[in-house]
Design a protein around this ligand. Structure first.
Ligand code: SF4
Length: 719
C-alpha cells in the first residue's frame, strides 16, 4: 500500500540579497525534498508574507540544471567545455594555481571575490578568512550599499532608524526610491495597514510608474538623479510655510539657520525645472509631510544608484530633521538597521590576521582590474588567480565588455563555486558545485527590520555539492592557511559569533527561533541625540569622515556641495546619447538569481526597455520592435515596450536577464559604468546615457554568442 509522504514544517529564513530577510516556514517532504515555502507569522515584521519567487523555491532547489559535480575546463575559455573531475583533483588544481600566483607575483595577485548570493555570515564571509590569513588582495565592497549607506549615515551618524513596524502607525509613509512590491514586499504590508487603519497617505517617489507607485495616493515621478532637488524644495516650503520645528532644529541639528538660508533659492520652481515635477506637486508633497508629523520616510537603494546618490540620500533624510518627525512614533527616516546587531565577525573572518597594507580592490571595477588598468589595480601586481563565491560578475558587474575581456585572459586562473552554470562559471577553469541555503546551517540578520535567525540545514544537498565553508577549509589546508575557524563546523562558528557579539548561544537562538533586536524607542528615534559626538544631525556633513564603514578609495569628494542640493554630476543626456537609462529590478528575479527558474522567466516574459510613446514615435519604434541601446561602453539589443509611465527621455530596463537572453549575448550591464561616485565609490547602475534606435530584426535576432557556447557546452559537459 502506498504511504502518503510525510510533510514537516520547519523554520528557516530567506538568504537572498533582499532587505526583508523573511522568516520562512518550509515544507520538508520525507526529510529529503522541499515542498511549498510559506512565510512564518511569528516574525512580527515579515508577518507571514513572502514573495512568490521564494514561495516556489522547490523549483530552484530541485532544478534539473543544478551543478552536481566538480568540473575542469577542457576547451577554450567560455566555450562551456568541461569534464567531470573529483573534488580532490579540482581542489589540488586550485591550490596549485594559487600557490603559483603567490610565488610569481606575490600574495596580492590572488583575489577572492564574492557578494550576496547568500547573506548568511558563515557561508558568505568565510572567504575573507582565507583572504586575510593568506594576505590575498582585499575586496572593497561597492556594488550595492556604498552610496546609500554613506548618504544616510552622513546625517544620522549611524545606519539605523525608527522601527520599520512603525510604518503601520504613521500618518504618511513616503516610499522613496525603492520598488518595494518587487524588492521588499513587506514594506507594503505595513504601509497598507497604516492606510487602512489610520487613513495614512502613501507617497511614492520614483523614476517610473512601477508596481509600488501604482499603489500610491501621491505618485511623484522624478527624473533619475534629481531627488536632491526635490528634497531641497520640500524643505524650502517647510521653512517658508511654518512647518519647520524650530525647537527640534535648535536642539538636534547642526546648522539650521545657515541651512534655511541656503534653501531660500531652492524653490519649487527651481526644483520643478530639474525634477520634471510640477510646482503644484512639490508644494502638495511638502504640505502633506509638513502637516503630518508622523511621516515615515522609507528610503531605498534605488535612488542612490546615481553618481550623486549619496548626496540625494542624505538630502531625503534631512526632511524629517526639519519637521521634527524623528521624535514621533511612526515618524523619521529609515534605510537599514544593519548597525543595531553589533556583529563581531572576527572569528569568521580572522580579523586578527588582517594586514592593512594589503590593497583592497574595488569590486565594481572588476572589468578594469582584470584588464590591467593600473589605477584600478592600485598600481600593484596583476590579478592572476581568483576564487568566486555567491556572485556572477559576468552578468551583474558594470562595464561588461571589460569584464568579459578580463575573464577571457588565458593567464588568469578562475575557480567558481556555484549552484548553476552561470555566465561567470562558464568562463572558469574549475567549477565547483555549491549548496543552497536549506542544505547548510547559517546565521542571518535583516537590514530592513530587526530580526536575526538561524537557517538550519533541512535536507541533504544533491550530487557532490559542498557548502562554502567546506570549500574554504579544503583550499586553506592545501595552501597552508592556518586558523582555528577553518577546522570548526558551521554550527560552532555560529555559536562563537553569537557569543562574541553578545547575543547568547546558538542553543538560545534556536530555542527562540528568531530574536527581535529592535533598540528602544528613544535610541531608535535618536531622542538622546544623533550618533555624532555632539548628538546633532548633520545638514552639513564632513564627507571625508562619514562613519559608514565604507572607508575605501575616495571619489571626487572635495566637489560635494556643503549642504543638500542638486549636484549635477550625473551622466546627463547629450545630443549623441539623448536618453537616460536605469536598470531597475524585475519582480521575479533578484539580481541574476532566479533568472534560471522557468516560472520566473515565463512570468517576466522577455528583455524589454520601457520607452515613452512620444519618444518612440519620431524614431519609428512600435511596441515590441527590436531596439538597440548604445553608449561608449557598448550596445545591447532588446524589445521596445511603449509605456507612458516613464518621463520623456528616460528608459527603464527591468532585469537582470541572463546575457544569453539578449541577442549577441550582451546583457544590460554592457551599458553601465564603473567610475567611482563620491565620496566612497559605488555603482551607478541607474545613471547611464544612451542612444536609442530601432533595428532590423535580422540584426537583432542573430544567435547569441553565449547560446552557441551553451550548445557546445551541452555537448561537451560530462556529468
Ligand atoms: S521578499 Fe525578499 S527576503 Fe522575503 S522571501 Fe522574497 S527574496 Fe526573500
Amino acid at each position: 500500500m502506498n504511504q502518503s509522504p510525510r510533510v514537516e514544517r520547519r523554520p528557516s529564513v530567506c538568504p537572498h540579497d533582499c532587505p526583508s530577510t523573511c522568516s520562512l516556514d518550509v515544507e520538508v517532504i520525507d526529510g529529503r525534498s522541499i515542498g511549498r515555502v510559506h512565510g512564518a507569522r511569528s516574525n512580527t515584521y515579515t508577518a507571514g508574507v513572502i514573495c512568490a519567487k521564494v514561495a516556489r523555491y522547490a523549483e530552484r532547489i530541485h532544478h534539473p540544471d543544478r551543478l552536481l559535480h566538480p568540473l575542469r575546463r577542457i576547451g577554450p575559455k567560455g566555450s562551456g567545455a568541461f569534464e567531470r573531475v573529483s573534488w580532490d583533483e579540482a581542489l589540488d588544481i586550485v591550490a596549485a594555481k594559487f600557490l603559483e600566483a603567490e610565488r610569481d607575483f606575490g600574495s596580492a595577485s590572488v583575489w577572492p571575490y564574492y557578494y550576496a548570493g547568500t547573506m548568511g555570515y558563515v557561508m558568505r564571509d568565510g572567504i575573507n578568512r582565507l583572504r586575510n590569513v593568506k594576505k590575498y588582495s582585499g575586496q572593497y565592497s561597492t556594488i550595492c550599499t556604498a552610496t546609500s549607506y554613506t548618504g544616510f549615515v552622513a546625517g544620522t551618524g549611524r545606519l539605523a532608524g525608527p522601527d520599520p513596524r512603525e510604518m503601520a502607525v504613521s500618518d504618511c509613509v513616503v516610499i522613496w526610491g525603492t520598488n518595494a512590491v518587487h524588492t521588499q514586499v513587506n514594506v507594503m504590508t505595513h504601509a497598507l495597514r497604516a492606510r487602512k487603519e489610520r487613513g495614512a497617505k502613501i507617497v511614492v517617489v520614483d523614476i517610473y510608474m512601477n508596481a509600488t507607485m501604482k499603489q500610491a495616493d501621491m505618485a511623484l515621478l522624478v527624473k533619475p538623479g534629481t531627488d536632491g532637488a526635490l528634497a531641497c524644495a520640500v524643505m524650502h516650503v517647510l521653512f517658508r510655510d511654518g512647518y519647520a520645528d524650530r525647537a527640534y532644529l535648535a536642539r538636534y541639528t547642526d546648522r539650521p539657520q545657515e541651512f534655511e538660508a541656503h534653501l531660500k533659492s531652492r524653490t519649487p520652481q527651481w526644483a520643478a525645472a530639474i525634477t520634471g515635477l510640477s510646482v503644484d506637486e512639490i508644494e502638495a508633497f511638502a504640505r502633506l509631510v509638513g502637516e503630518r508629523k508622523r511621516t515615515y520616510f522609507r528610503l531605498g537603494f534605488g535612488f542612490a544608484r546615481q553618481r550623486n546618490g549619496s548626496i540625494n540620500m542624505h538630502a531625503a533624510s534631512c526632511i524629517p530633521a526639519v519637521t521634527g518627525a524623528w521624535q514621533h512614533e511612526g515618524g523619521g527616516a529609515f534605510h537599514s538597521n544593519s548597525a543595531i546587531y553589533h556583529w563581531n565577525k572576527g572569528l569568521i573572518e580572522a580579523h586578527e590576521t588582517v594586514d592593512t597594507s594589503i590593497r583592497r580592490l574595488d569590486q565594481s571595477q572588476i572589468g578594469r582590474i582584470l584588464t590591467g588598468d593600473p589605477d584600478a589595480l592600485l598600481h600593484g601586481p596583476p590579478v592572476k588567480a581568483m576564487l568566486i563565491q555567491n556572485t556572477n560578475p559576468v552578468s551583474v558587474a558594470p562595464e561588461q565588455e571589460l569584464v568579459k575581456r578580463g575573464f577571457s585572459r588565458e593567464d588568469l586562473f578562475v575557480c567558481v563555486h556555484e549552484q548553476f552554470m552561470t555566465e561567470t562559471a562558464r568562463m572558469a577553469d574549475i567549477v565547483l558545485p555549491a549548496t543552497m541555503f536549506m542544505e547548510h546551517d547559517d546565521l542571518y540578520s535583516a537590514g530592513g527590520h530587526q530580526h536575526f535567525q538561524v537557517g538550519p540545514k533541512l535536507i541533504e544537498p544533491p550530487g557532490e555539492c559542498r557548502n562554502n565553508h567546506e570549500v574554504i577549509h579544503a583550499i586553506a589546508q592545501r595552501v597552508g592557511a592556518a586558523h582555528r575557524a577553518f577546522d570548526m563546523e558551521p554550527r560552532a562558528l555560529i555559536d562563537g559569533t553569537l557569543k562574541d557579539s553578545g547575543w547568547g548561544s546558538l542553543a538560545d537562538l534556536e530555542a527562540r527561533v528568531h530574536v527581535d533586536a529592535q533598540p528602544p524607542f528613544r535610541e531608535a528615534h535618536y531622542l538622546d541625540g544623533f550618533a555624532y559626538p555632539d548628538g546633532k544631525f548633520r545638514f552639513m556633513p564632513d564627507w571625508t569622515k562619514v562613519p559608514s564603514g565604507n572607508n575605501g578609495p575616495m571619489g571626487p569628494w572635495t566637489a560635494i556641495p556643503s549642504f543638500p542640493d542638486h549636484w549635477a554630476v550625473i551622466e546627463e543626456a547629450t545630443g549623441e546619447h539623448p536618453f537616460r537609462l536605469a536598470t531597475s529590478p524585475a519582480r521575479q528575479f533578484l539580481n541574476s538569481t532566479f533568472n534560471e527558474t522557468p516560472t520566473s522567466r515565463e512570468k517576466e516574459g522577455r528583455p524589454e526597455v520601457m520607452i515613452h510613446p512620444l519618444d518612440a514615435g519620431p524614431l519609428g519604434i512600435g511596441d515590441g520592435d527590436w531596439v538597440q541601446l548604445k553608449n561608449h561602453r557598448g550596445d545591447v539589443y532588446l524589445r521596445a515596450r511603449l509605456f507612458d509611465g516613464v518621463r520623456r527621455g528616460v528608459l527603464i530596463a527591468e532585469g537582470l536577464w541572463p546575457n544569453e537572453a539578449h541577442p549577441h549575448g550582451r546583457g544590460i550591464n554592457t551599458l553601465t559604468g564603473a567610475d567611482q561616485p563620491a565620496p566612497y565609490g559605488g555603482a551607478a547602475f541607474h545613471d547611464n546615457r544612451v542612444a536609442l534606435a530601432k533595428v532590423d530584426p535580422a540584426i537583432a535576432s542573430a544567435p547569441s554568442l553565449s547560446s552557441a557556447a551553451d550548445k557546445r557546452a551541452a555537448e561537451a559537459i560530462v556529468v
